[in-house]
Design a protein around this ligand. Structure first.
Ligand code: BV8
Length: 248
């Protein structure tokens, strides 16, 4: 590994991961298929409130397929490297992930913010019940209903607890991330396996720089927001991350 990143005792580390970190586990990235389609649908259309309103069964099929895939794969060395870094740094470390596959949690990450939700959580689009764990795979024409709503004689449509395109991220998540940046005596911001195409996550590097952060991108290809980073390490996260950090 050419020139490691030295982390001294005053440095706090914020990591943002994207689909590229899960690619080596076998989960296709969003830009893997050059046309970005799933069953001839633009992903941005399926992963949207409009898409769900229009065809909830299709959207549930999309997420059921991704649940099955995510359950069938294992975390890779990139996930484990971030767990090891968290164990060394403790509360000087925070991991924000755009990934909804749950692999960081399965690898052992605990200081983790899943800013776009999690495939294995479901909530009711009608009542205010909390999101609940749900690993069920729904048949192609099945649309699950909410049991709590049914108890009241209503019909509530269950939906994946996922932040869709056009939906706001949880302000508590964004606040936790911005507070971490603001409280860091010295901040190192690392983005790994992300094309920097989706906001507000793609803007985190700009926020970090406002706090004087050193910023490093680890990505297989050039990213849309690549120019915002002080350094780009071109490579696979599963190979780069385990060798990258020199914690003092
Ligand atoms: C928001 C859950 C405020 C879904 C996701 C018009 C109307 C409404 C909104 C917008 C609009 N125009 C723009 C917006 C904002 C929009 C946006 O950014 N759109 C983009 C497409 C331009 N953002 C939003 O809508 C966000 N909300 O802004 O709310 C608002 C509200 C209303 C109106 C206006 C504003 C919500 C965004 C969250 C969407 N949900 N996920 C699901 O997963 O099913 S985003 C989804 O796509 C993923 O979570 C992920 O974030 C994103 C894909 O990005 P990446 O993770 O970066 O993956 P990608 O495949 O792109 O790249 C992988 C990279 O890895 C590649 O570069 C590759 O080279 C690299 N790689 C591959 N292998 C490896 C590797 N690198 C290292 N190692 C390897 N082995």
């Amino acid at each position: 590994m050419s020139d490691k990143i030295e982390i001294d005792r005053d440095t706090w580390v914020l990591v943002l991961t994207g689909a590229g970190v899960s690619a080596e586990s076998g989960i296709p990235t969003f830009r893997a298929s050059p046309d970005g389609l799933w069953e001839n649908h633009k992903i941005e259309d399926v992963a949207s409130p409009e898409g769900f309103a229009d065809n909830p069964a299709l959207v549930w099929r999309f997420y059921s397929e991704r649940r099955a895939k995510a359950k069938s794969v294992e975390p890779n060395p990139g996930h484990h490297a971030l767990v090891a870094l968290e164990e060394k740094l403790g509360d000087r470390f925070l991991l924000a992930t755009q990934n909804v596959d749950g692999l960081h949690g399965r690898a052992g990450s605990r200081r983790l913010v899943e800013i776009h939700g999690n495939l294995f959580k479901t909530r009711c689009s009608t009542c205010e019940r909390d999101p609940f764990d749900d690993e069920d795979l729904y048949a192609s024409n099945e649309v699950p209903g909410c049991g709590k709503c049914a108890e009241r004689g209503d019909f509530g449509l269950l939906r994946p607890h996922i932040v869709w395109f056009g939906e706001m991220l949880d302000p508590r998540d964004l606040h936790r991330i911005s507070r971490f940046m603001a409280n860091a005596p010295k901040l190192l911001f690392i983005a790994a396996g992300t094309s920097g195409a989706v906001y507000p996550a793609a803007g985190f590097v700009n926020n970090a720089r406002k706090f004087g952060a050193r910023t490093v991108l680890i990505n297989a290809d050039a990213a849309d927001n690549g120019a915002e980073f002080h350094r780009w390490i071109q490579g696979k996260s599963g190979a780069v991350l385990p060798e990258l950090f020199d914690v003092r």
